[in-house]
Ligand binder design. Structure first.
Ligand code: SAH
Ligand code: ES4
Length: 347
């Protein structure tokens, strides 16, 4: 069920929270689209439920102590920030691409027979966003790709070049294996078929789409979103990329909200004026498993913080959609309560 509404941008956040309460009680699966004076604004979609996660492997990681020590000490702010970022980076050294794919990209989270499964929801959001006017160009960059390809399966049809990126070589290697026709840890065929169907094509067109994706990805680059210039110099046209997509990266690699906002500012530097950012991420998440027993700390975000961080880093928010996890998507690999999808434009 979709609810369409109009409101002014100044009232947007307050109204968003009112809408949320209303949809929580009345319409567990609904969407709100808001149109402000400046243009289209948030769409919200809801399912819900709170969770307690007591996965046996979810023991406290030593790096979390490092992180909280960094927060508690009397170091100067900048030094503290650097230490906290270094602690996050240390955490990622134990990341296991195959385990991560298993946790998040197999059923129930990736169940293509259910319309309320999280992965089909993400794919639909991406398909719709890339189908809108102005979502074409030369270069699309995916920031913090991890070992996954789903996030560029729609976009790859609209740009001449796709650049994938990740902080970890193990993830870049996993991507290259698939791109070079090797045996990857996850079979992406059901994903390709699903996106073909969204595009109005036969599922059998997945072979063509796989070819398109393999040919359009020109680079798999190292990236660090905590650096003011996150990509190696010269990787992008001097004016910047035409579009950025990033999913479950910024909040999962930032020690706190200010670092998340700062990272958004660094992303903005990669984008040309007038270019778009499609940002997907976790809401209310304090950790996720990056490998068996490896709890990676996450900045627990709410919708208002996502909106204000985007604005603080200079983006113009066009759309915000929110998915609330149904009980059976809570599988103990994190304590996420929802997922946001934001579309924003760099003025
Ligand atoms: N985009 C994927 C993976 C998200 S997991 C998905 O949608 O599932 C978060 C990713 O951020 C990991 O692949 C991790 O290697 C990467 N990462 C860790 N530190 C980073 C940093 N400082 N800058 C950019 N990416 C980072
Ligand atoms: C995710 Cl559904 C979901 N929640 C939290 N983190 C994730 N990473 C990938 N999918």
């Amino acid at each position: 069920m979709y609810i369409h509404t109009s409101l002014s941008s100044t009232l947007e956040l307050r109204q968003l929270s009112q809408q949320r309460k209303a949809t929580h009680t009345g319409h567990p699966m609904s969407m709100v689209r808001c149109d402000s004076i400046q243009g289209p604004l948030p769409r919200l979609r809801y399912t819900l439920q709170p969770e307690s996660s007591d996965h046996p492997a979810a023991s406290l990681d030593a790096r979390e102590h490092q992180l909280s020590n960094a927060k508690d000490s009397e170091m100067e702010g900048e030094d503290r920030g650097e230490k906290a970022v270094a602690a996050m980076e240390a955490c990622y050294q134990g990341f296991d691409p195959a385990a991560y794919l298993q946790y998040n990209y197999t059923p129930p989270r990736a169940d293509f027979t259910r319309s309320d499964s999280i992965v089909p929801w993400k794919l639909k959001c991406l398909h719709e966003a890339f189908s809108e006017d102005g979502m074409k160009g030369e270069v699309l960059v995916d920031v913090g790709s991890g070992p996954t390809l789903y996030q560029v399966m729609s976009g790859c049809e609209h740009f001449d070049r796709v650049v994938l990126s990740d902080f970890l070589e193990v993830n870049r290697k996993e991507l290259r294996i698939w791109l070079q026709d090797g045996k990857s840890s996850l079979d992406w065929t059901p994903y390709l078929k699903f996106v073909c169907e969204l595009e109005g094509r036969s599922p059998s067109a997945w072979i063509e789409k796989a070819k398109r994706l393999r040919s359009v990805v020109t680079d798999v680059l190292p990236i660090n979103i905590h650096q003011p210039c996150p990509l190696p110099s010269g990787s992008l046209p001097s004016t910047g990329a035409d579009c950025l997509v990033s999913s479950f990266c910024l909040e999962s690699v930032s020690p706190d909200l200010s670092s998340f906002t700062q990272a958004l500012g660094h992303l903005s530097g990669l984008l040309r004026s007038g270019g778009h950012l499609l940002l997907i991420g976790a809401l209310g998440e304090s950790f996720y498993l990056g490998a068996p027993g490896l709890r990676i700390p996450v900045v627990p975000l709410d919708e208002a913080q996502v909106c204000s961080s985007l604005r603080a880093s200079g983006f113009h928010l066009l759309q915000l959609s929110v998915y609330h996890l149904p009980p059976d998507m809570r599988v103990g690999v994190d304590d996420v309560t929802g997922v946001f999808f934001a579309k924003a434009r760099k003025p």
